[in-house]
Design a protein around this ligand. Sequence first.
Ligand code: NAI
Length: 344
Amino acid sequence: MVAKEGNRAVKVAVFSTKSYDQYYLQKANRKHGHGHDLTFFEPRLIERTASLAVGHEAVCAFVNDRLNADVLRTLHAQGTELIALRSAGFNHVDLDVASELGLTVVRVPAYSPHAVAEHALALILGLNRKIFRAYNRVREGNFSLEGLLGFDLYGKRVGVVGTGKIGRIFARIMAGLGTEVLAFDPYPSREAEPFVRYVPLAELFGEADIISLHCPLTPETHHLIDDGAIAVMKDGVMLINTSRGQLVDTRAVIDGLKSGRIGHLGLDVYEEEEELFFEDLSDRVIRDDVFTRLLTFPNVLITGHQGFFTEEAVANIAETTLANISAFESGTGTIHRVTAEKVA
Ligand code: NAI
């Protein structure tokens, strides 16, 4: 493939490749004439697999790839200069070590906030109207409605934690359904103001019928939902997490489900998901007892980190990732750089 005029083809090692990554990255590489030399690796990037990237100037990684100090040092020693994340989140990268090594880290800041916000709504509706249970029943010829009772969303209070790109869209959707939307964000957004009422976090936890998390994972937000937070929530609250697994202390949530304090739980992310998600493990024994305990509750709906997974989002991820690589190589254009101090 011939690279764009003035653009040198960059050798890129793509980790955690699925069929859709390969399809959309190749398509974007052709469509925009980037002409980069993409090598696709199925394994996750971890200490053991980092050597696959030898001789590649760029490494392209996804959310469950491990970019800790050891992996970054190996990549750097092998000649990698650029880490191109196919994600918005970058909590899995040791940014201090990256900057110490002079590695550039870029990300895809927004690919489709609608995809994730709409998925949060899917979890809410699926849980509330018990769609997963109804689907199975009807297939078995069981048309009983026992146990399928839901509630009107209209008139309920929804608490949105984090009113960034995704949280704002989610708030607007929920306002459109006739709910009252409470929000907490250390940096309130003017754009969200028409749809939300900003309140302190404790008030949101205490007042909301449905709580949806849309803040990033940081040291401050780690286990934001713990025993103390659950203790002040309304009985039967619905908790939705499409953000990052470690925002929620899963053991505390299991206690909350057992006591009935948590009435519904919808998760698209899980604390220990890196050993589970994105793989077909259907013929293996799952060793994570906390996760399997979650699966036993009739009022828990879990999806495997698919909030982002729409055609529009996957195409945008591929296009921005390749544009980031071209911008890095040519020194021109927008590059969405992440450093320990600053995020673009
Ligand atoms: P964003 O950066 O636009 O918004 C995050 C918001 O959270 C900001 O307004 C920020 O001020 C706020 N925030 C920071 N600390 C907070 C705290 N302690 N309490 C409450 N709010 C706080 O990010 P965006 O694009 O809206 O994404 C949100 C999160 O969604 C990402 O961090 C990522 O973890 C997750 N995500 C999940 C995906 C999925 O497939 N399930 C896909 C994409 C993102």
